[in-house]
Design a protein around this ligand. Structure first.
Ligand SMILES: Cc1cc2nc3c(=O)[nH]c(=O)nc-3n(C[C@H](O)[C@H](O)[C@H](O)COP(=O)(O)OP(=O)(O)OC[C@H]3O[C@@H](n4cnc5c(N)ncnc54)[C@H](O)[C@@H]3O)c2cc1C
Length: 380
């Protein structure tokens, strides 16, 4: 049985850097192999509910994330004309508010700075080329820069199209759910005191605080079952067109500011559920590589951060990789599955609405969000 002292994490995103911090807190030597030679995180925001903040607190970065983001209360759920029909989000947990909105770039910086402070080694511009599991002898790894090293365990945190997953588990493809999301960042309108979601017939539009001065908008649409590519020159007019469905000042006041095609972040939505267990030998997959979800509950990154925290906690009993990974699975599998499946249900109802199909009375998005958010405040 090998003591875990030296770990390679493949992928330096939210999950990978969070895992690096959690492992460093346990005194483990950590290297991150990140495929990009420089990080270039796009400038729209991310929603962090109270459970994400609780997990970030275990990594000792919650205060910084709150300071550099924008804490807010429950999200107001509204008709297209702005009539409030409900509210959503986790209730506050202890000192953590229902939500914090933050720019992805800033969240990345906070995690990166913490990793630097803790002495995490970054191997930028590299990926993994060979993985040889030696059982009690750990894992021999060859990186794309030719470096050969032995690690006690390898963590695949390389996102929804994980190379580590395909090398170790074989071929799993993400599932396109028929929806896409359009995002754009704006100066913060004075009247925007919390998050808003407007439910239209052709789209859903959200306005989310990012900092005291900025917000981002997301618009969920259906561009068709065959997942078409949207050309750059179509992006501004299409996004403006979707915004017309919402005759409220808060949205109408933003339309003229949508001008720059390269700032329209357009993305088809996909999920992926790797069957349990997410480990084989000395290799574990975390984050989107194991459980990518669509943003209907704003929780994918929260799950990746929680994965990291649980992994760090389970290192307290050093009785071999398979026991640690198996305890990790017991704590993570059902919770992640619940979030992905609840998000998929909400996405399916949204798609039916956009396609003009009739929904059954059980298709209640507010109730579904409420049920899952209440489950998320349970301890991990
Ligand atoms: C439109 C949209 C909106 C979202 N909004 C929210 C939200 O509001 N709140 C929330 O909690 N979650 C949200 N999510 C989910 C969240 O973005 C993801 O769950 C989260 O980024 C997953 O983190 P990760 O580290 O697992 O993967 P990633 O963030 O994808 O990071 C993977 C890292 O691995 C690197 N990498 C990739 N391949 C390799 C390789 N072969 N070798 C080495 N490195 C590699 C990448 O460059 C990257 O740095 C949203 C997702 C989408 C699509």
């Amino acid at each position: 049985m090998k003591h875990i002292n030296k770990v390679l994490i493949v992928g330096g995103g939210i999950g990978g850097q969070s895992a690096a911090i959690a492992l460093k807190q346990k005194g483990v030597e950590v290297e991150i192999a990140e495929i990009h030679s420089e990080f270039n995180v796009y400038g729209v925001g991310i929603i962090q509910m109270a459970n994400a903040l609780r997990a970030l607190d275990s990594l000792e970065v919650a205060d910084e994330v709150l300071r550099r983001g924008s804490p807010y209360g429950q999200v107001k759920l509204c008709t297209p004309t702005g009539h409030q029909i409900g509210e959503a989000g986790t209730p506050p947990i202890g000192k953590f508010p229902s939500h914090n909105g933050i720019s992805r770039r800033i969240l990345h910086e906070v995690l990166y700075e913490k990793c630097q402070e803790m002495g995490v080694v970054y191997r930028m511009g590299t990926t993994v080329e060979e993985i040889k599991d030696l059982g009690d002898g750990g894992v021999d790894v060859v990186l794309s820069d030719g470096t050969k090293s032995n690690y006690d365990i390898l963590i695949g945190a390389d996102g929804v199209n994980s190379k580590v997953r395909s090398m170790v588990f074989g071929d799993y493809k993400p599932n396109y759910v028929g929806l896409s999301v359009w995002r754009y960042a704006f100066k913060r309108p004075k009247e925007l005191e919390t998050g808003y979601m407007f439910f239209g017939k052709k789209s859903k539009l959200g306005l989310i605080p990012m900092t005291t001065d900025t917000i981002y908008m997301f618009v969920v649409t259906s561009e068709g079952a065959n997942n078409p590519f949207i050309h750059m020159d179509e992006r501004v007019p299409k996004l403006k067109g979707y915004m017309q469905e919402y005759p409220v000042d808060m949205v109408q006041g933003l339309i003229a500011q949508v001008t720059e095609p390269s700032l329209v972040n357009y993305r088809p939505l996909e999920t992926l559920k790797l069957p349990a267990p997410w480990y084989k030998g000395n290799v574990l997959i975390i984050g989107d590589g194991a459980h990518a979800t669509i943003p209907q509950l704003g929780s994918g990154a929260a799950l990746a951060i929680e994965d990291a925290v649980v992994l760090g906690e389970e290192l307290k009993v050093q009785n071999g990789a398979s026991s640690i990974f198996s305890r990790f699975m017991e704590r993570r599998y059902n919770r992640c599955k619940m979030v992905v499946e609840s998000s998929e249900r909400i996405g399916e109802w949204e798609l039916m609405t956009f396609e003009g199909k009739e929904l059954s009375p059980e298709a209640n998005i507010g109730a579904e969000m409420g049920k899952t958010c209440m489950a998320l405040i349970q301890p991990i």
